[in-house]
Design a protein around this ligand. Structure first.
Ligand code: NAP
Length: 321
């Protein structure tokens, strides 16, 4: 491949998995290149989902907790300290059919790849799911958000709705209650999925109330969000809730579009791995939420990033590069 010197390892993604892989690869003298993504309002941005979260209380080693963006800044600085190179670019295409593997950023129709590598670690994570109701996409960024940490401040003293019943929704509700005049947590069922400790905190909060068995049927507004149309799933009753902000926290979808048709995926679109971080292509490894629909924790993502780096190192030892 003229003009493109193959790297030993390219890491795609820069959440806890990708940057842990970078720390381990750098310390193993594999000179990793991390393609960290580009800034966006969703979780497929540099640093991944923790950039959109507030206090992380369950990452071991931080007795009082740490803010998500601060934790990721630490991961990044630690990877760079050992020589990991980080580029703020979004991968547009990969070709894993022949070695060295090829990676494009920018125009994917270019014949020459931007980078090539003897091994690839996929750590592209997962992104927020959306409700897919009328008005939602038009008002995203104009009152509708998937990131309380990024946007909560703009809704000071306003009524806010949070959609979802898991830990993310409850965490967002608790965070937003610091700014909002009130927070209504709207859940499609009659009980929360969130962990008990989070539920207890939300139930005890004077600004947080719950709308059970309710789904959003439309996001209402012109240039700015004004309210939500709701339907009760038990009675069928419809109603309108006036809110200045609506935060959607209904789970995530893996960022695997780049690899479809090349790497094996499960029915939900997550990358399939075996024997640690191996994918169906030797030399291509996967770690973090892109291959984990079960645990989805920062600490498990970081652990799997370590595994991927060790697997890549052992793979590279066994092939002449
Ligand atoms: P989740 O656990 O999958 O919960 C998603 C919630 O959204 C569920 O309550 C679900 O309802 C609801 N939902 C899904 N699709 C919907 C739709 N189309 N319309 C309305 N509601 C919908 O996702 P998560 O809350 O993002 O959490 C993901 C993982 O991260 C979990 O393992 C969680 O424990 C972890 N997490 C941990 C923390 C923490 O420890 N601080 C913080 C955030 C997340 P149903 O309940 O009816 O399915």
């Amino acid at each position: 491949m003229p003009g493109v010197e193959p790297r030993e390892v390219i890491i795609i993604g820069s959440g806890p998995a990708g940057l842990t892989a970078a720390i381990y690869c750098a310390r193993a003298d594999l000179h990793p290149l991390v393609l960290e993504g580009e800034p966006s309002s969703n979780s497929d941005q540099p640093g991944g989902q923790l950039m959109l979260t507030t206090e992380i209380e369950n990452f071991p080693g931080f007795i009082e907790g740490i803010m998500g963006p601060e934790l990721m800044a630490n991961f990044r600085a630690q990877a760079q300290r050992f020589g990991a190179e980080i580029e703020t670019v979004k991968v547009s295409r990969v070709d894993l059919t022949e070695r060295p593997f090829k990676v494009w950023v920018g125009d994917p129709s270019q014949s020459d790849p931007t980078y090539s590598a003897h091994s690839i670690i996929v750590a592209t994570g997962a992104r927020s799911l959306m409700l897919n109701v009328p008005g939602e996409s038009e008002l995203l960024g104009h009152g509708v958000s998937t990131c309380a940490t990024c946007d909560g401040f703009f809704f000071r003293n306003q009524p806010i709705a949070v959609i979802g019943g898991g830990d993310s929704a409850v965490e967002e509700a608790l965070f937003l209650a610091k700014f909002a005049s009130s927070v209504t947590l709207i859940h499609r069922r009659g009980e929360l999925r969130a962990s008990k400790i989070m539920q207890d905190r939300a139930r005890a909060h004077e600004k947080i109330s719950f709308l059970w068995n309710s789904v959003v049927t439309e996001v209402i507004g012109d240039s700015r969000l004004r309210g939500l149309s709701l339907r009760n799933t038990v009675t069928g009753e419809t109603s309108t809730l006036e809110v200045g902000g609506c935060f959607i926290a209904i789970g995530h979808s893996p960022n695997t579009d780049l690899f479809r048709g090349q790497l094996n995926l499960d029915d939900a679109g997550y990358l399939l791995t075996h024997e640690g971080s191996r994918t169906n292509i030797a030399g291509v490894f996967a770690c973090g939420d892109v291959q984990d629909s079960n645990y989805r924790q920062a600490i498990t993502a970081a652990g799997s990033g370590c595994m991927a780096a060790i697997d890549a190192e052992r793979y590279l030892e066994g092939v002449s590069v």
